[in-house]
Ligand binder design. Structure first.
Ligand code: PMP
Length: 431
């Protein structure tokens, strides 16, 4: 049994200075279960008690190559040595923008920011500036960051699946003004009829449709190719811009992102996470005529730390590796092996299960097929998964509890067979 004495003591002190004893609410897992990281290397993280974990959260996805990757860290140090932040542009921005455009053809022009939230915020503003419209469409179960416009969700608590009613649209928590609610429309994923109806009713006043084709904050529930293609077609028909949020999928599920796999070209894409193996940087990228709305007299965009030289140097090296080496195939191959191993353990016990998403970020469900939308997921029973996740923590494997996030793979997992064997041993014991 793992000991958490130091984490527990840290929690007792931290809770006096930090709300919930943590820096980000989702890192609080209960007074006794909240753990504090000491360091990470490759595919593993060590907590302050010295317990080691094969880590499938990877900082919510960013550590695509693994923690403390020497190639990227060396580049970041070079970025640090030149001075940090200048209130001037640098040559490296163009190198990164050219790499991104080569990997993702829809990313014709690129702007930088620091977090996923900032990138999506900029993308929505850009769409509004370009179209002169204000409302927008979100897909239930999606997450696009912490800004007010993105924080509307379907309230499943009092929803009756048998009724014909839609769930009520409510904010994620308090502090989000009701006055902006009328601008957000919400549709259930993969319901083609509802998508058409919504465009028929609101298409002419919508600036954008925002979609995460693999919902990285909702256990990798995935849009069908047909659904995303219909979205593309309806956006064209109604003059709405299609924003694909690839903050989690970008530079992870493939060099060209989920848009490359689905064969759909968005007008705007947002990226973050895997861009720089964990250094804070995000991108908003897209169609040339749309992106040129970032100008004086157009959509405002900027920020003190935008294209910071440390993150930018890390991005240059990380994207070079992802583009020029088989890193993404290595980690997807690891994901396939892991899924097959987990499947074997579960099947041997007659436990029905299925997977969602992509081998580089997959969800695990104890049902014959994964849910294809948020309503189906929220009305299913995921107690077994959550209990398994907590047992796995005790056994040295870290996956997201509450089954919100998929299992994220990194290149280092795929290069170290002990990650796989340790994980399968723990899964066997936990099950
Ligand atoms: N979009 C998506 C798809 C995300 O997964 C996230 C973060 N989980 C965000 C936006 C927001 O990114 P950040 O936390 O960096 O602000």
């Amino acid at each position: 049994q793992r000991r958490l004495d130091k984490s527990n003591a840290q929690f007792q002190r931290a809770v006096k200075r930090l709300p919930l004893g943590v820096a980000s609410t989702f890192r609080y897992w209960g007074d006794e279960r909240t753990i504090y990281a000491h360091h990470g290397k490759g595919g593993r993280t060590w907590d302050i008690d010295g317990n080691s974990y094969v880590d499938y959260r990877l900082g919510y996805g960013p550590a695509i190559l693994g923690y403390a990757d020497e190639r990227v860290d060396a580049a970041a140090r070079r970025g640090m040595e030149v001075g940090g932040v200048f209130a001037l542009s640098t040559e490296r921005e163009l190198i990164v923008a050219e790499r991104v455009a080569k990997m993702v053809p829809a990313a014709e022009l690129v702007r930088f920011s620091n977090s996923g939230t900032e990138a999506v915020m900029a993308a929505l503003r850009l769409a509004r500036a370009y179209t002169g419209r204000e409302s927008y469409l979100l897909v239930e179960g999606g997450y696009h960051g912490l800004f007010d416009a993105a924080m509307w969700m379907a309230n499943m608590d009092e929803w009756d699946a048998k009724s014909n009613r839609d769930p009520e649209v409510v904010p994620y928590g308090k502090g989000i003004p009701e006055t902006v609610k009328h601008l957000a429309h919400l549709v259930p994923m993969n319901d083609m009829q509802r998508l058409e109806d919504t465009f028929r009713r609101h298409g002419e006043t919508m600036a954008a449709m925002l979609i995460e084709p693999i919902q990285g904050n909702c256990c990798a529930i995935s849009a069908s190719r047909d659904y995303v293609q219909l979205a593309r077609q309806l956006c064209d028909q109604y003059g709405v811009l299609l924003i694909i949020d690839e903050v989690k999928t970008g530079f992870r599920v493939g060099k060209g992102g989920i848009q490359g796999i689905l064969g759909v070209r968005p007008d705007i894409t947002t990226f973050a996470k895997a861009v720089a193996n964990g250094y804070p940087i995000s991108l908003v990228a897209g169609r040339e005529d749309v992106m040129r709305s970032f100008r004086y007299g157009g959509a405002s965009h900027g920020g003190t730390y935008t294209a910071h030289s440390v993150s930018l140097a890390a991005a240059e090296e990380c994207l070079r590796i992802l583009d020029e080496t088989p890193a993404l195939e290595t980690l997807a191959g690891y994901g396939e092996r892991l899924k097959a191993g987990v499947s074997q353990i579960l099947s041997a016990r007659g436990i029905t299960h299925s997977f969602s998403g992509h081998p580089s970020m997959f969800g695990l469900f104890f049902a014959e097929a994964p849910p294809d939308n948020y309503r189906a997921w929220k009305t299913s029973d995921y107690t077994f998964y959550d209990r398994m996740a907590y047992y796995l923590h005790d056994l040295g494997i870290i996956v997201e509890p509450d089954s919100r996030e998929p299992w994220f793979m990194c290149e280092a997992h795929g290069l170290d067979d002990s990650c796989l064997t340790d994980t399968l041993k723990a899964v066997e014991a936990a099950v």
